[in-house]
Design a protein around this ligand. Sequence first.
Ligand code: FE2
Length: 251
Amino acid sequence: MLLHLSDLHFGTERDVCLEAIRKFCKQYRPEAIVVSGDLTQRARFNQFYACRQFLDSLSIPYLVVPGNHDIPLYHVWNRFFSPFVRYQAFFGRLETTMETEHFYIVGMNSIRRRYHTRGHISLEQIHETYEKLKHAPAHKLKLVVFHQPFYTFPNDHGDKDCPVLGKMALEQWGKTHLFGLLHGHLHKVAVHDLNQIFQLGFEYPICDIHAGTATSNRLRFGFSNSFNVILDNGVIEHYWFDEDKNSFEKH
Ligand SMILES: [Fe+2]
């Protein structure tokens, strides 16, 4: 089982949600945790510190990628000359790969200092990720983690943030039998089939898996806090925070 958290936004975190995630991890022991960006609210030192402390306290291997909130917004000098210095002080490399018993996961950095919210992917990143996926063990579920979604419904807030080269990336990665992409950013839960949407012509779906915010009080669209679980057989489950029970419940 893989636990997919997103948009933790430390600085606006809810302690009840942190506690409920701890409880969930103790009970189900996921083999790994993925956090698809926006670890902090304003890329502050103490926010990264709190996030790192929390993830370490779960005692489960985890992979994180940066989100647009993880580089400074108001401190212009830092934004342009050392945007990732705090992120890297706490989480090291911007792009890492993780292999577990059932999953092969590639983390990608979609954040550029010149864009406020849009996700960016380069030709080089497309190629490097393709090479990794191509050589991954065939029996494992292959996932790519990228903060912004590759697709949203046309009228959704956020469709402008999808990466311009998303379709081109999928045409490559799809050849490796990619299972899906893990995103956050919109604080909205959804699963789309990118193979159908982009008419890629593969004989299997490629899931665009959107996670809501697991811990932040910055809730949108009337959604409560939530996270996703991907089971070893590829079933995707959504868990929602129940304010009465103070725990995440599967719906
Ligand atoms: Fe974001």
